[in-house]
Design a protein around this ligand. Structure first.
Ligand SMILES: [Ca+2]
Ligand SMILES: [Ca+2]
Length: 374
């Protein structure tokens, strides 16, 4: 399989797909799982190249409302089963100080309060800046048509049947006018969805919210430690029981991605926060529902630099490197989304690492915040 390196948005803008990567078994018509399934699930690099608005001032409250204290401790960070990707190894010792963490993903109501107070305009609501985008693409990459360089975001579209799982454009659509207020584009809304996670949020948007709220994004180490909920070397926030066994434990994609969803968990797309049982630290939806931004740069080899030592409050590498897409700096995302399943990215595993450029938001991407103890 030839991996596509420079991103879903760009591919969709140009109408390019992985046509040379057809992995359909011609004798059966059945699609193989992509060899790099995790990345196929989420690899969505560059967008608009803008940074958080420096004019944002603190406007939140000083309490720890809707947060829980995560006790200080040590753990072994990294993959716990054979679904783990190379970037999850080696497992290494990490110690983190105690901190407070939002018990849920940031909701539409919370994000609306931030926007109302600050007038903040999210990345998806701004016209893309080609001069910025091309800095993170291979030299000589042609410019997409101006008609496509509009304020838009990527919306998930269920397909009618099996598709080539390496061709992201089969299920992601570039929809003008799609953003956190209109998650499926014009005609959609978040009315009545105050307690749903906000989506179409870029890392820059999340950072701006944190600044207003007096909080910060978790480090990748804090996020994984918190997701484990005190369990030792287990695969999910709830333990080791497979995601599709027993009662629904997370909002994921049950059935065959991206065309058939059994909805045993009750949700085709996102669910209201707190729809499933919390983990041992009292945190909801650390697995599934929407991906959550972390503060760290993503570096595929980062864990190797931490092998055989105890890292105290690691904050990630100094710069990003993704061997599959070396032109685009990326931040870490964690926890998976309503689109994850075992045949695809298994993003709900506590150790699964994902990455995207800081100016990218999608319909399955949100965040939650942490706060230091005063
Ligand atoms: Ca679901
Ligand atoms: Ca989540």
């Amino acid at each position: 399989m030839k991996q596509v390196h420079f991103g879903l948005i760009y591919l969709i803008l140009l109408g390019v797909s992985c046509k040379n990567n057809d992995n359909t078994d011609s004798s059966t018509g059945i699609l193989d799982q992509p060899k790099d399934s995790a990345h196929a699930c989420m690899q969505v690099p560059q967008r608009f190249g803008m940074s958080a608005d420096s004019s944002i001032a603190f406007g939140g409250d000083t309490s720890y409302r809707n947060m829980v204290l995560i006790p200080a401790g040590s753990f072994d960070m990294g993959g716990d089963n054979d679904q783990a990707d190379k970037d999850e190894y080696p497992k290494h010792k990490v110690t983190v100080d105690s901190f407070y963490m939002d018990i849920t993903e940031v909701t539409n109501a919370q994000f609306a309060a931030f926007v109302k107070a600050t007038g903040y305009i999210t990345t998806a609501e701004r016209k893309p800046n080609w001069e910025e985008i091309k800095k993170t693409l291979p030299p000589g990459t042609p410019k997409p048509a101006d008609s496509l360089l509009v304020a838009a975001s990527l919306v998930f579209k269920q397909t009618n049947g099996p598709v080539n799982l390496n061709d992201y454009s089969q299920w992601w659509s570039w929809v003008e006018g799609a953003n956190w207020r209109k998650p499926q584009g014009p005609g959609s809304s978040i009315k009545g969805k105050d307690d749903f996670p906000v989506v179409h949020v870029s890392w820059d948007d999340a950072m701006a919210y944190c600044k207003w709220a007096g909080k910060r994004l978790p480090t990748e180490a804090e996020w994984e430690y918190a997701a484990r909920g005190g369990r030792i070397n287990q695969i999910y926030p709830w333990g080791n029981q497979a995601v599709n066994q027993g009662v629904p434990k997370t909002n994921s994609w049950e059935g065959n991605f991206p065309y058939y969803n059994e909805q045993k968990d009750g949700f085709l797309k996102y669910a209201p926060v707190m729809s499933f049982t919390c983990n041992g630290f009292g945190l909801f939806d650390m697995a599934g529902n929407v991906w959550e931004w972390c503060s760290d740069w993503y570096h595929a080899e980062y864990y190797k630099t931490l092998a055989n030592k105890n890292s105290v409050n690691p904050k990630g590498p100094e710069k990003s490197f993704d061997s599959q897409d070396p032109y685009t700096p990326k931040r870490v995302l964690r926890g998976g989304s309503f689109l994850c399943n075992d045949a695809y990215c298994s993003g709900y595993r506590v150790a699964r690492r994902m990455k995207s450029s800081p100016d990218t938001g999608l319909e399955h991407t949100g965040f939650r915040c942490v706060k230091d103890i005063r």
